[in-house]
Design a protein around this ligand. Structure first.
Ligand code: MTE
Ligand code: MOS
Length: 715
């Protein structure tokens, strides 16, 4: 068993630079003759646009719309598929859809003009919830599709479900739901566009500079090389800046094509909360076949609310399905996923990328089965933990050794789980809960090779080496990890390794900063490029560049979703102890214990930061982050009504890392940035359920919902 301690000797060159206030966020930037832009958005969830009344615009002001796109029919952003319109025209599909950009020199005038644009709609009944979408309430959104199922897939393993269900003594069925979640990256979305040498140049708060180029170039019918994206220091992203910057940059590109002056578009907090992508609400129906108190099969139907456009939702849904049996090896399983279109703001990437929803569902479902059978949830769950070589839900195999049993030993000992689990009788006001979770690292299957084809480049000048990749720093500590990898391999001090926020004209495309792939995949590419440079050090100032190659012998079929979905998984255990005030239903978390297998930690301080942040973000998701949509409008609009945890809300965590070096990762590292989000929510709900002697089937569970559940269950 290996405990990892945070070493005190960790170089922080960039932290020092940032502490001097030199970090340049897009909002801090100003260019000569710069204009400002405001978005004019739909206030109707679904309907025809009948009339747009624009007041007389003073000189120097412009209202840019779809009509300013030179070629009709080029109005769609190319995220993963092309469906999200840069500008709504003729009809609107959700509240907040971009109708136009008001551009001009004075922000006060712009605001006045924005408030005086009047748009008339012929409103149609919107679909808001998953149930609305399934029922095709108000008719199908896209008549040609015939229904609101925007995407779907299934996975199965073992014997046919009918056969398994026929053998069962009992079928345990329940529906589990999760709500919206807002990213609340502390820096709101923003971008500036300008012209340089005939090219369109963007400065943006973004995760994936190369994605933006690809997504917007088609709107003007230009080449991606006519667009340069420069990432500014990015104050948090969490998936919310993976595709969403395209929604700002697409309209800005059209405006720039007409105006040819620098234009700045920055969302304020209210806009960012109400009019940006969110985590997918989910509804999962789990049916588990039990025989002699053992699980013989599991059937799950998983629905995600994708909002009005698909964006990345099909990939999010796939990840949801691939994680829908959690860490368990269920002998026979049948999993179906459907992405349901509604007239709400499109949902998109958010830390965990679809995995948190199904992991919450399966973990809570397993706890509920254990309660039903009258056994301790952990006692029940641990018998099903998947092992090396066993079959996954995509009919692939677990390649690595699964160290969850060792991790459970550490956590149960440190938290005194077994004693407390016995002592805290159901409903006594005190509870301890425990969850296990996993996260598949990087793109699914051979996607890293087939879809991304990532490159990394190193450039040497004397004893300095510059890393040229398109992956970004967004607070997850990537640039420190990356520079450490290069420094360790080249045996140079970290100060000699340079990494700059990417500029797409100066670096190679190393793929998106998403799917926890940067350290794991791009870090490995940098390690390989550094190894080559070290071998050829005598040649002087050279450049080395490498391309990703998928290891052989791990097949994957992206059309059927069969094969080895992930070469390496991150694994986690979270234990949470709570005390519930039975008068006010306020929950006080009194202990948090976590253990993670991330292969190997490149920088322990960064990993500790990720664990702390991810666990608290997950606990916020379970306990207090309530975001509701009424008739297409989000009810919570700012940080005073959409509440996220602060350091006062949760205690210090016990933190443990399980060494388990990953053969294809840099220094043995696997992805970890999302893993740490995936399971604390279920542990929290488990603990609260035990403290109150009741069950919950949805998150979040703020005090008012606890009260309702208690009343309902008492009936
Ligand atoms: N941590 C901070 N502080 N800020 C962020 O925006 N994004 C998360 C996670 N941790 C994020 C973060 C998400 S969504 C991802 S995919 C991973 O970091 C990316 O980590 P990587 O560098 O390993 O790819
Ligand atoms: Mo992370 S949700 O993959 O950006």
């Amino acid at each position: 068993m290996s405990y990892t301690k945070i070493s005190d000797k960790i170089e922080r060159v960039d932290a020092r630079t940032k502490a001097r206030g030199e970090a340049m966020y897009v909002c801090d930037m100003s260019l000569p003759d710069m204009l400002y832009a405001y978005m004019v958005r739909s206030t109707c969830p679904r309907g025809k646009i009948l009339k747009i009344d624009v007041p007389n615009l003073p000189k120097g002001y412009k209202f840019i719309t779809a009509d300013d796109i030179p070629q009709k029919g080029n109005n769609e952003l190319w995220m993963i598929s092309k469906d999200w319109r840069a500008f709504a025209k003729d009809y609107v599909l959700y509240v907040g859809e971009t109708i136009g950009l008001l551009v001009g020199p004075d922000r006060t005038v712009l605001k006045y003009l924005r408030d005086n644009i009047h748009i008339e709609y012929e409103m149609e009944e919107p679909a808001v919830t998953i149930d609305d979408g399934i029922a095709s309430k108000g008719g199908p959104m896209f008549p040609e599709k015939g229904n609101n199922v925007f995407c779907s897939l299934y996975c199965e393993k073992g014997r046919p479900m009918e056969e398994v269900f026929a053998e069962a003594d009992e079928i345990f069925e329940e529906t589990l739901e999760t709500g919206y979640q807002e990213h609340v990256h502390l820096e709101t979305n923003g971008a500036i566009v300008t012209m340089e040498d005939g090219k369109f140049v963007f400065y943006a708060s973004a995760q994936c500079p190369f994605y933006i180029r690809k997504s917007i170039a088609g709107i003007l019918g230009i080449s991606v090389d006519d667009i340069i994206i420069r990432q500014c220091t990015t104050g948090g992203a969490f998936g919310g800046k993976e595709h969403f910057p395209d929604v700002l940059c697409g309209p800005l590109l059209v405006a720039e094509n007409v105006i040819r002056k620098p234009i700045k578009l920055i969302f304020d907090r209210e806009e960012d909360t109400q009019f940006s992508v969110k985590r997918h609400p989910s509804k999962c129906v789990y049916k588990t076949a039990l025989k002699d108190g053992k699980i013989i099969g599991m059937d799950a139907k998983v629905y995600y609310n994708v909002g009005a456009y698909l964006s990345s939702s099909f990939v999010v849904l796939q990840r949801g399905i691939f994680h829908a049996n959690g860490v368990y090896n269920i002998p026979s399983t049948h999993l179906v996923g459907e992405g349901i279109g509604t007239n709400t703001f499109p949902t998109c990437a958010f830390r965990g990328f679809g995995a948190p929803q199904t992991i919450f569902a399966v973990e809570t479902h397993m706890d509920h089965i254990a309660h039903h059978l009258g056994v301790d949830p952990l006692e029940f769950k641990k018998d099903y933990i998947i092992k090396q070589g066993e079959e996954t839900v995509t009919n692939g195999h677990i390649i690595e050794e699964v160290k969850l049993p060792e991790m459970l030993d550490v956590i149960t000992k440190e938290s005194d789980y077994w004693r407390k689990a016995k002592e805290y009788t159901p409903g006594c006001g005190k509870g301890i809960g425990i969850s296990m979770y996993l996260h598949g690292g990087a793109f699914t299957g051979n996607g890293e090779q087939a879809i991304i084809k990532a490159h990394a480049r190193l450039v040497r000048t004397g004893d300095k080496v510059r890393i040229e990749v398109g992956s970004t720093e967004m607070g997850q500590g990537f640039q420190t990890s990356l520079r450490k990898i290069a420094a360790n391999t080249l045996q140079l001090p970290i100060e000699n390794i340079e990494y700059n926020n990417p500029d797409t004209s100066k670096v190679v495309d190393s793929g998106p900063t998403a799917a926890s792939r940067s350290t794991m995949i791009v870090g490995k590419l940098v390690e390989r490029a550094a190894e080559e440079m070290k071998r050829r050090w005598d040649e002087g100032d050279i450049t080395t560049e490498v391309e990703y190659e998928h290891p052989e012998g791990y097949p994957w079929d992206q059309s059927t979703f069969r094969g080895d979905a992930y070469l390496g998984w991150g694994w986690g255990v979270a234990c949470v102890e709570v005390e519930v005030d039975k008068l006010t239903n306020e929950v006080k978390t009194v202990g948090i214990w976590t253990s993670h297998d991330i292969g190997h930690a490149i920088d322990e301080l960064i990993v500790h930061g990720q664990v702390n942040g991810g666990i608290i973000q997950s606990l916020g998701y379970a306990s207090m982050e309530k975001l509701e949509n009424k008739n297409g409008f989000f009810r919570q609009k700012r940080m005073s009504d959409y509440v996220i945890p602060t350091s006062m809300d949760f205690p210090r965590q016990f933190y443990h890392l399980q060494e388990n070096p990953y053969p294809w990762g840099p220094q043995g590292a696997k992805g970890m940035g999302e893993l740490v989000f995936n399971g604390a929510d279920a542990a929290y709900v488990d603990a609260v359920e035990r403290a109150l002697g009741t069950t919950f089937n949805s998150i979040p569970i703020p005090p008012e919902d606890i009260e309702e559940a208690l009343k309902k269950n008492a009936q």
